[in-house]
Design a binder for this molecule. Structure first.
Ligand SMILES: [Zn+2]
Length: 127
C-alpha cells in the first residue's frame, strides 16, 4: 500500500444521531456539538466557534499569530479529508500580552471558522 494512502483509515466515524459539525468542503465530521465551548469567537474571516476537541483533522506546525486577544502560539487545523484549512488550535495563549491567566482556558482548544463548517443536525431542528 502506498505510504500516502492512509487518510481514510484514520477517520473517526461517529455513531448516528450525534449532532456534529462537518467540513463545508467534503462533509467529513470535524467536531461534536458536545465539544462546543463558545460560538462568540472571531476567526480570520468572520465568526468562529471554539471547541474542546476536533476530530478528523490534521494539526499543522506551531506558529505565533497576532489575534484580536493578543499574540498566541497556534497550529493551523486542516480537514484530514480535503486539507482545507478550517481554523487553528491554541497551543499557548495570550501570555505575550496578558501575563494573567485570562486566556489560559483556550489552550489546547480548537477554533473552527463558521464559514468553513456546517452543523450536521441529524435529529434536532433546534438552533
Ligand atoms: Zn474537508
Amino acid at each position: 500500500m502506498p505510504a500516502d494512502h492512509n487518510h481514510s483509515d484514520a477517520h473517526t466515524f461517529l455513531p448516528p444521531h450525534v449532532p456534529a459539525y462537518a467540513c463545508g468542503t467534503c462533509s467529513l465530521e470535524v467536531a461534536l456539538q458536545d465539544e462546543l465551548v463558545s460560538r462568540s469567537f472571531q476567526g480570520t474571516s468572520g465568526p468562529a466557534y471554539l471547541f474542546r476537541t476536533a476530530v478528523n483533522v490534521d494539526i499543522g506546525t506551531k506558529t505565533s499569530k497576532q489575534l484580536l486577544s493578543g499574540k498566541h502560539v497556534i497550529s493551523p487545523i486542516h480537514c484530514s479529508g480535503c486539507s482545507t484549512e478550517l481554523g487553528w488550535k491554541y497551543i499557548r495563549s495570550g501570555q505575550f500580552v496578558s501575563p494573567d491567566s485570562s486566556q489560559k482556558y483556550k489552550e489546547g482548544k480548537c477554533i473552527l471558522e463558521k464559514s468553513k463548517i456546517y452543523k450536521d443536525n441529524k435529529w434536532s431542528l433546534d438552533d
